[in-house]
Design a protein around this ligand. Structure first.
Ligand SMILES: O=c1ccn([C@@H]2O[C@H](COP(=O)(O)O)[C@@H](O)[C@H]2O)c(=O)[nH]1
Length: 231
C-alpha cells in the first residue's frame, strides 16, 4: 500500500451528501480532508462527523477565526471536541488573539493564515498593506509563530522564504496549488503541486482541481502519483 500524499482536499460543497461522496473517493489517496466555511456554517459539527466517517483521516478545520482574543478562545473551545488536526485563525488578528486560541485548544495545531492566496500585490496595497506580499507573509509568519502557532498558511510562492526564517518545526500549508494547465479560478499566488512540495511545503491544499473533476478520486490519485514521482 502506498502512503497517503500530503494533500488536504478542500471539501467546499453545497451539501453534506456531495462532501461525503468526495471524501470517500479521495480518502484512499490523501492525508487530510479540509472542512471550510461553506460546509461548517451550514451543517456545523455534523459536517466533520459525516466526512470523517469511519476513517482515521486527519481533519483540517478551516474556520479562519478573526475576532478579539476572548471570542476566538471561546470559538476554539467550541470545536475542540471535534479534535481537528488543524484549526485556522487569521494572523492579522494579532499575537494575543493567536495565543488565546493556542491556549484554548492545546491538542490542535493552531494554524495562522498569513496573506490569503487570492490576493495579489494590488489588492494588498488597496487594503493598506504596502510592499510585496512576501514581506507581509514573512512578518505575519514570525508574529504567529512567536505567539505559539504550530502551522502557517501561505502561498507556495513564499514557502521557501518562510521556511528559511521559521525552521523545520512548524508545518507550512499551501493553498493556491494548481496542476500544470489547470484554471487558476480566484487564486492569484499559485504554483504546481510539485513546485510547492519542492519549495518546502508540508501539506498542499487542493480543492476545485480535484472536486471539480469528473472523477475526484482519479484526480486525487493522479496528483498524488505526480508528487511520488518527483520524490
Ligand atoms: O490563503 C488561503 C487560505 C485558505 N484557502 C482555502 O483553500 C481552499 C482552496 O481551494 P481551491 O479550490 O483549490 O482554490 C479553499 O477552501 C480556501 O478557502 C485559500 O484558498 N487561501
Amino acid at each position: 500500500m502506498t502512503a497517503a500524499a500530503p494533500i488536504a482536499v478542500a471539501l467546499d460543497a453545497p451539501n453534506l451528501e456531495t462532501a461525503a461522496r468526495w471524501a470517500s473517493l479521495v480518502t484512499p489517496h490523501v492525508s487530510t480532508l479540509k472542512v471550510g466555511l461553506e460546509l461548517y456554517l451550514k451543517y456545523g459539527p455534523d459536517a466533520v462527523a459525516s466526512i470523517r466517517g469511519a476513517s482515521r483521516i486527519q481533519v483540517f478545520l478551516d474556520l479562519k477565526l478573526h475576532d478579539i482574543p476572548n471570542t476566538v478562545a471561546g470559538a476554539a473551545r467550541s470545536v475542540a471536541r471535534l479534535k481537528p488536526a488543524y484549526l485556522t485563525v487569521h494572523a492579522q488578528g494579532g499575537a494575543d488573539m493567536i495565543k488565546a486560541a493556542v491556549e484554548a485548544v492545546p491538542q490542535t495545531k493552531i494554524t495562522a493564515v498569513t496573506v490569503l492566496t487570492s490576493l495579489g500585490e494590488g489588492d494588498l496595497a488597496a487594503t493598506g498593506l504596502a510592499g510585496p506580499a512576501s514581506d507581509a507573509v514573512r512578518r505575519l509568519a514570525a508574529l504567529a509563530v512567536g505567539a505559539g502557532a504550530r502551522a502557517l498558511v501561505c502561498s507556495p510562492q513564499e514557502v521557501a522564504a518562510v521556511r528559511a526564517e521559521i525552521g523545520t518545526e512548524i508545518d507550512l500549508i499551501t493553498p493556491g496549488v494548481r496542476p500544470k494547465g489547470a484554471k487558476a479560478d480566484d487564486q492569484t499566488r499559485i504554483s504546481t503541486p510539485e513546485e510547492a512540495l519542492a519549495a518546502g511545503a508540508d501539506l498542499l491544499v487542493i480543492g476545485r482541481p480535484i472536486t471539480g473533476a469528473a472523477d475526484p478520486g482519479a484526480a486525487a490519485a493522479a496528483i498524488a502519483a505526480g508528487l511520488r514521482h518527483r520524490a
